[in-house]
Structure formats: structure tokens, C-alpha cells
Design a protein around this ligand. Structure first.
Ligand code: HEC
Ligand code: HEC
Length: 203
């Protein structure tokens, strides 16, 4: 009798443990997926512009080296907009997907971003891959001026597209304050003109 009670107890315990473990595993997977998505978003928003995202994507570096590389980007090469939080998120993502071990799968697909819905997809892709959106909002100042404010300032200025083309290639400060915009070396002439034409039309 005692042993029946004991084994019933054990069976109940086993069922309880199993039913607790299943959601816990699902929760872990969901949390990991959130971190992967945040990682891809931060990587794409912060790491383009100076070189193509294909450069980091082609690496297989361990954790220590990724941390050192990202520190170099921030301290040596001028990626001053990367926050401490994004630095950690990007490093974790890089180790998982561009690390020494086989990645857990293909990079996660980002869901469409509500803020980007108003932007034509061909321009949105360029803005996102060149860190533009790390520093500019559509209608709010971030590190640099809101795109709507830029459009407002240059409305009716026939020389604006040419002026902004040179400014984006060379980078610089002075038009909106003391903060420097880094030079963009990745966008082709055609892509840069496309992005500028779009900025000048933002309302
Ligand atoms: C402000 C410009 C800039 C930004 C933004 C930038 N990088 Fe770089 N990156 C460079 C330069 C300059 C080099 C070295 C020259 C080259 O190889 O093109 C480089 C090289 C690299 C390399 C090759 C290894 C090395 O150390 O030379 C990797 C990997 C890399 N970057 C990853 C990243 C990642 C990840 C981010 C985002 C966290 C990022 N970069 C953002 C400027 C930048
Ligand atoms: C590191 C942050 C940063 C990044 C990345 C960045 N910008 Fe800027 N941007 C700025 C700042 C700061 C200014 C203001 C510069 C000034 O005062 O002259 C600016 C100015 C501008 C202007 C107005 C220039 C003028 O002379 O009036 C445009 C247009 C612009 N950015 C577009 C872009 C686009 C497009 C990208 C991506 C290819 C981009 N920016 C990437 C920070 C950034």
C-alpha cells in the first residue's frame, strides 16, 4: 500500500515536472528569439555606412574578438552612436551568427517596422543598412536632425540635392550643430541620390 502511494506520488511529481518543463523550454525559445531579433535590428541599424554589412557577416570570430572588434568600431573608427546596450546586444548576436560555431540557423527575419511603413521599401533598405536611422528620425531629432526638418529647410532650394550629396559623402558638422555626421562610403552614387531625393520629399 505504502509503495503504491509512493509510486503514485512519484508519478504525479513526474507529470507536474514535465508540464512545468515544457512551457519553460518554450519560454526560453521565445526569449532567445526576441534576443535574436533585437540583435539583428541593432546590428543592421548600427553597423552599416562605413563598410557593407557583408564584411561582419563574412567573419567567424569568437566572443572575445567580437568585443574587441566592436570596441575598435566605436573608439578607433568613430561609430560614436553605438550605445553600451546595443554594443552588448550586437556582440551576442555576432557570436551566435558570425561566430566560430555553426550558427543556430539562418538569421531571423525581422518583422516589418511600423516606423518604416511610410518609407518606400527600396529606400528603407538603404536607410537601415547605412545606420541612417540610428541617428535620424522621420519627424524627431535623434543625433542628427529629423528628416522632415531637413526637407523643410531645403524646400525650394534647387542646389540642395547636390549640396547634400557632397555632405553625405564627406560627412561633417555645422549645418545643424556641432555633432559630426560620419562620411558614408557604402552607398553608390545612384543610391545616395535616391536617398537624398526621398529625404527632400519628406513632409
Ligand atoms: C564609423 C565607421 C564604422 C562603423 C559604423 C562600423 N565599422 Fe566596422 N570597420 C570600420 C573600419 C574603418 C574598418 C577597417 C577597414 C576595413 O576593413 O574596411 C572596419 C572593419 C570591420 C571588420 C573587419 C575586422 C577588422 O577589425 O578590421 C569587422 C568584422 C567590422 N568592421 C564589424 C563591424 C560591426 C559589427 C559594426 C557595428 C557594431 C561595425 N563594424 C561598424 C568602420 C566602421
Ligand atoms: C552618427 C549619426 C549619423 C548617421 C549614421 C547619419 N547621420 Fe545624417 N546627420 C547627422 C548629424 C549630426 C547631422 C547634422 C550635421 C550638421 O550639423 O551639419 C546630419 C545631417 C544630415 C542631413 C542634413 C545635412 C545638411 O547639411 O543639412 C541629411 C540629409 C542626413 N544627415 C542624411 C543622412 C542619411 C541619408 C544617412 C545614412 C546614409 C545619415 N544621415 C547617417 C548624424 C548622422
Amino acid at each position: 500500500m505504502d509503495s503504491l502511494v509512493l509510486s503514485l506520488g512519484a508519478a504525479v511529481t513526474a507529470v507536474v515536472v514535465a508540464s512545468l518543463a515544457a512551457p519553460a523550454a518554450a519560454q526560453d525559445a521565445a526569449a532567445q528569439r526576441e534576443r535574436d531579433l533585437a540583435g539583428r535590428r541593432a546590428f543592421e541599424m548600427n553597423c552599416g555606412g562605413c563598410h557593407s554589412l557583408a564584411l561582419p557577416r563574412s567573419q567567424r570570430l569568437d566572443q572575445e574578438t567580437w568585443h574587441a572588434v566592436i570596441d575598435d568600431m566605436m573608439k578607433k573608427y568613430g561609430a560614436t552612436w553605438i550605445t553600451a546596450e546595443n554594443r552588448a546586444v550586437i556582440a551576442e548576436y555576432a557570436v551566435r551568427y558570425f561566430g566560430p560555431k555553426r550558427p543556430p540557423g539562418p538569421e531571423p527575419e525581422l518583422p516589418p517596422d511600423a516606423a518604416l511603413q511610410a518609407i518606400p521599401p527600396e529606400v528603407g533598405v538603404l536607410l537601415q543598412a547605412n545606420a541612417c536611422l540610428a541617428c535620424h528620425g522621420l519627424d524627431k531629432k535623434v543625433v542628427g536632425p529629423a528628416f522632415a526638418a531637413v526637407a523643410e529647410r531645403y524646400r525650394g532650394d534647387a542646389a540642395a540635392a547636390e549640396k547634400l550629396f557632397k555632405k553625405l559623402r564627406a560627412g561633417g558638422a555645422g549645418a545643424w550643430g556641432d555633432v559630426v555626421m560620419p562620411p558614408n562610403a557604402v552607398l553608390s552614387d545612384r543610391e545616395l541620390k535616391e536617398v537624398i531625393a526621398w529625404v527632400l520629399g519628406v513632409r
